[in-house]
Write a protein of this length. Structure first.
Lengths: 202, 481
């Protein structure tokens, strides 16, 4: 099952329960101009359930966006993967609060969570809290989080080859979010994301 | 053969907590309880000036208005603050005030802490030994003072260097900073004071050794370290306590001020009594440690090995105020049986080009809970700031918990922050490799754990590194199989 939710347009289910062997993919998009508090509670209740959660946030105004993911591994042999990426500028504030919880006895769990942000302005704020709470030993869990800027080296590489700065930066941003965007099957939405991205340049 | 095996086993199991003895020494107590009267009494016993008494009373006022924090991932037993003796000191033999009581000396010898200057150790390490509420000995003071270094107990510093103490006391950890810091500010008894003047490289490692001995007491030490411009210092801290069925409270405050281009390295091997295998007794270790890199290019490094205490609540932090200042935090925290640890660090980046690095290794075994909690904060204006954090957890057995609670907050577009964390168990392959070559399972676990913690252990000063490695394997005894 694959679901795509546009925050602000679609209603996002706050509780998702996966039973045995169920597979689910979730994409959450927060595009410019939308402020929202997005709680997502996912329970992997049956053995062998698999969930992929992808999130994208592009905020260049005064938006306040917060993702609160509570992913609970309640059974063994489940797999979960989360990837949240975003670009935050102007006076926007984005918060990512993601918990991976592995219950006692949920052995052979594999859980992975990533959150990467690019910060464009010193009035913007990104706060990330990737959390692991683990009560079983035979597990592989990890998370990674970064907050950074567009690479100067990449920019220099492109500019030295005659690509104007604006264009080069747009390319960098496109590539930064591509890991999430390529999961989106709807061509229209993909185009919309790229349009919004170029608007932020202007 | 069998007898030999038994001997080895006996030796091994007997190792459990070898610092758990009690020293029989006549002690001077004040009554139980906590109120203004008690604070006045502590202050009077120590012959303190009025300003320090005022400082204590002010902190007590703040503490009364505060609530004990409950955000940590800990089950803290109910602490009855009125049921604690806040001051206990070994009675001094007034005829020979310059000599250390032989019983105390023996205690510290037994713990491997040299309280008398020995030729063989000369130039290696200077020690300030704190027994319950007072400092009993500080070695190598003469040698150090020739270079202008002040290293003495906190009480002496208040008498001999009141200006310095007054200037820096609570400049990093305000008296109302948090519940336990406020409590400490009100009732603190003794600790170490260290001042390195401008441009001086401290010729030997300085060390504080804390020992809780008296029953029904708490230890509230206060350490203040000041390194002026261009000074360097390596500081070590160790702690032990007797085995008792009660929980004893240890609420310390450590403040470190690092001047321009100064370099301070602070290492801790914490081995308070962790309680027995059923979770009875043990020290409640609730401490506030914070340093400030005040000047440009200042550097502060925290290294900690936490193996003891029933409960650990400790977040050595650095405020990176000076431009291009840097800080590191290296930690190994081991919990076994019913121990609980909630520990980590805070790195507050204020200055330009500030750098910090966090490496935390948690090991949980038995029925213990081990959490990493940290904050990396990049303020606007901290251009070019850089942080890298790595938090790994190792689980041994299916009854324990390992948790990671980091917070990363950035509002500087020119900063780069990276954090990664992993949780796993000891790999079957590695274990198999060892056991297949005739290394016993328990030994193999010790070997693998030491390898896992190596990155942190290698940062420790020599004397500590050996002790820490031994401690690691002792702490994990009985956790396999």
């Amino acid at each position: 099952m694959k679901h795509l939710y546009l925050i602000g347009r679609d209603e996002i289910p706050s509780d998702i329960v996966l039973t045995s062997q169920e597979e689910h993919q979730l994409i959450l998009l927060a595009l410019p101009g939308v402020s929202a508090d997005v709680p997502v509670n996912i329970r992997l209740a049956g053995e062998g359930a698999v969930i992929d959660v992808f999130g994208l946030y592009l905020n260049f105004g005064k938006e306040r966006v917060s993702f609160r993911v509570n992913l609970r591994h309640e059974s063994g042999h489940c797999r979960s993967r989360q990837l949240f990426k975003g670009i935050v500028g102007a006076e926007a504030q984005v918060e990512f609060d993601g918990l991976i919880y592995v219950a006692k006895g949920a052995q052979k769990t594999s859980a992975f969570q990533e959150n990467h942000s690019i910060l464009l302005s010193d009035r913007a704020l990104v706060q990330t809290r990737p959390q692991l709470e683990i009560y079983a030993d035979d597990v592989e869990c990890s998370h990674g989080a970064t907050i950074g800027k567009l690479s100067e080296d990449e920019l220099f590489y492109m500019r030295s080859r005659g690509i104007p700065e604006k264009e080069a930066r747009a390319l960098q941003m496109r590539s930064f979010i591509s890991a999430v965007v390529e999961r989106i099957e709807d061509e229209q939405i993909r185009q919309m994301i790229y349009d919004k991205l170029s608007q932020c340049q202007a | 053969m069998a007898a030999e095996e038994k001997d080895i086993l006996k030796e091994f199991t007997g190792q459990e907590y070898k610092e758990g003895f009690v020293t029989q020494v006549e002690q001077d107590y004040i009554p139980k309880g906590l109120n203004e009267q008690i604070i006045r009494m502590i202050s009077e016993k120590k012959g303190e000036p009025q300003w320090l008494l005022d400082f204590r009373l002010d902190a007590f006022g703040k503490w009364q208005k505060m609530r004990q924090p409950d955000w940590a991932h800990l089950h803290l037993p109910q602490i009855d603050y009125q049921d604690i003796i806040y001051y206990a000191a070994p009675k001094k033999n007034s005829q020979r005030p310059t000599e250390i009581d032989p019983a105390l000396e023996e205690t510290f010898e037994k713990l491997g802490i040299p309280v008398k200057e020995r030729k063989a150790l000369a130039g290696v390490v200077a020690v300030d030994a704190v027994f319950d509420s007072v400092s009993v000995a500080t070695t190598f003071r003469e040698t150090l003072s020739k270079q202008g270094i002040i290293f003495c107990s906190f009480s002496e510093a208040v008498k001999d260097h009141p200006d310095l103490v007054r200037k820096y006391l609570s400049s990093v950890v305000p008296s109302g900073d948090n519940y336990f810091a406020a409590l400490n500010s009100a009732v603190f008894s003794d600790g170490s004071f260290c001042y390195i003047p401008k441009g001086v490289h401290c010729p030997m490692d300085l060390s504080s050794y804390f020992r809780i001995n008296a029953s029904g007491t708490g230890q509230f030490e206060r350490t203040l370290i000041v390194a002026e411009e261009g000074a360097t210092l390596s500081y070590m801290e160790g702690c032990t306590a007797p085995m008792r069925d009660e929980n004893q409270l240890h609420a310390a405050v450590v403040e470190i001020v690092v001047g321009k281009d100064a370099d301070v390295k602070y290492s801790t091997v914490q081995n308070w009594y962790p309680g027995d295998a059923n979770g009875r007794g043990g020290i409640l270790n609730l401490v506030t440690k914070r340093g400030i890199c005040k000047g440009e290019g200042a550097h502060l490094s925290w290294t900690q090995v936490e193996t003891g205490s029933a409960v650990t609540w400790k977040y050595p932090s650095t405020i990176l105020k000076g431009d291009y200042s840097s800080s590191e935090f290296y930690s190994v925290a081991v919990t076994n049986n019913y121990q609980q640890a909630d520990t980590g660090t805070k790195m507050i980046h204020l200055g330009k080009g500030t750098k910090s690095r966090i490496v935390s290794k948690g090991i949980s075994a038995g029925k213990s809970e081990n959490s990493y909690r940290g904050l990396v904060r990049i303020n606007p204006g901290a251009e070019g700031a850089r942080n890298y954090s790595q938090c790994d957890s190792l689980l041994i057995g299916s009854q324990c918990g390992a948790h990671t609670f980091p917070v990363i907050r950035s509002s500087c577009p020119d900063a780069i922050v990276e954090h990664e964390a992993t949780t796993s168990k000891i790999s079957e392959d590695q274990l198999f490799y060892c056991t297949q070559r005739g290394i016993a399972q328990e030994e193999a676990v010790g070997l693998i754990v030491n390898g896992y913690a190596r990155e942190v252990l290698s940062r420790l000063p020599m004397e500590f590194a050996v002790e820490a490695q031994k401690l690691l394997s002792v702490s994990l005894e009985g956790s396999v199989g």
